[in-house]
Design a protein around this ligand. Structure first.
Ligand code: OSB
Ligand code: MG
Length: 371
């Protein structure tokens, strides 16, 4: 793959419903898309960095600058045999994994198209359908949350995850469990607690949760290991698992029993596959997290979720839960049994609506080799 040019774009997409986590509320997404132009083929990637550096230290502006100053120059003009070969070209740049992932994943898309192969096969996937869950944010009232859960259960989703924080946790989980005693339920704290709240966190054990996601600090593994020993409920790590090494440490120290893999958080498909393999060898189930992606990132999450050890429903849900109109065709659809079917088309199997993307674009920059 000869990389002739790379285009960066920022698009704006309003969410159909706001999304609130312990770190804040989002009404509209600013999404950074990247296109690699190689040998007449366009590969697309989405950077999952948020509008603010609140989920992680990356945000859309840092990603844009890191790409234009470092990552794009590192690959432009090069002839790569495979997408995985770009990781070493980025190794000098510390961190900035979401920015790196967008470039690497665009190259995976280009590679799949060039080889006329489905991306999921190129990644080593085997599943022909994937189970889906939903992540439901903090609402204005518990009643509003219960209504939303009702809608998602009726739509067929196989796991409900709710966001929690101090003041929106035990009371909310009690209400959910008294209405639905048996549904597969989990919660995600996005680092809203500290170990001083151990006794409070212990009370979550009564709700028979599938997992509690990232209860403690975003950069911590050690204290999660201490907490996991005290809880019956499985801890799932999200924010702290930034690399295969972090995953190995978490598994070895018993900091979690489940891992959420987000391809952006870990720097791209190559690292995501490594984490998948480590977890599989240690019998730790993984599932695919979401970052309120547009169809481009969503289609790539679907491809990743076909790997064998993605044994739990992911936060990979239908386009219409997020957008009035998605930028891919067909839109991502979930069956009444809560599954997404995997096709045999080359690439992601979803067509990109470039006309719509042009309309949503507020900033665009193309960088050419040798320019
Ligand atoms: O912690 O999983 C998270 C969204 C933004 C940032 C962090 C997280 C989330 C979600 C949404 O839970 C998952 C989705 O539906 O895309
Ligand atoms: Mg999470």
């Amino acid at each position: 793959m000869k990389i002739e040019a790379i285009t960066l774009r920022e698009i704006h997409m309003p969410l159909v419903h706001f999304f609130e986590t312990s770190f804040g509320r989002t009404y509209s997404r600013r999404i950074l898309l990247l296109t690699v132009h190689c040998d007449g083929i366009n590969g697309w990637g989405e950077c999952v960095a948020g509008e603010d550096p609140f989920y992680s230290n990356e945000w859309i502006e840092s990603a844009w600058l890191t790409m234009t100053h470092y990552l794009v120059p590192a690959v432009l003009g090069r002839d790569l045999a495979a997408a995985r070969d770009c990781a070493v070209l980025f190794s000098k740049v510390r961190g900035h994994r979401m920015a790196k992932a967008a470039v690497e994943n665009a190259l995976w898309d280009a590679e799949a198209k060039e080889k006329n192969q489905p991306l999921w096969k190129l990644l080593g996937g085997t599943r022909r359908e994937i189970p889906c869950g939903v992540s439901i944010g903090i609402q204005d009232s518990v009643e509003q949350l219960l209504d939303k859960i009702q809608i998602e259960l009726a739509a067929g989703y196989r796991r409900i995850k709710v966001k929690v924080k101090p003041g929106w946790d035990v009371r909310v989980l009690e209400k959910i469990r008294s209405r639905w005693a048996d549904i597969t339920l989990s919660c995600d704290a996005n680092s809203a607690y500290t170990l001083d709240q151990l006794e409070h966190l212990r009370t979550f054990d009564q709700f028979n949760l599938l997992m509690i996601e990232q209860p403690l600090w975003d950069d911590d593994i050690f204290y999660h290991a201490r907490l996991q020993k005290e809880l019956r409920t499985a801890i799932c790590l999200d924010e702290s698992i930034v690399s295969a090494r972090a995953a190995a440490i978490a598994v070895e120290t018993g900091a979690c029993r489940i891992i959420n893999i987000k391809v952006g958080r870990v720097g791209g498909f190559t690292e995501a596959k490594k984490i998948h393999d480590i977890c599989q060898s240690q019998n730790i189930p993984v599932w695919c997290g979401g970052m309120l992606e547009s169809g481009i990132g969503r289609a790539q999450n679907i491809a990743l979720s076909t790997l064998e050890n993605f044994r739990l429903p992911g936060d990979v849900s239908a386009s219409k839960r997020y957008w009035k109109e998605d930028i891919i065709e067909p839109e991502v659809q979930v069956s009444p049994l809560g599954m997404i079917a995997i096709g045999d088309q080359p690439g992601t199997g979803y067509r990109i609506k470039e006309d719509l993307i042009d309309k949503l674009t507020v900033r665009k920059e193309t960088i050419r080799a040798g320019a």
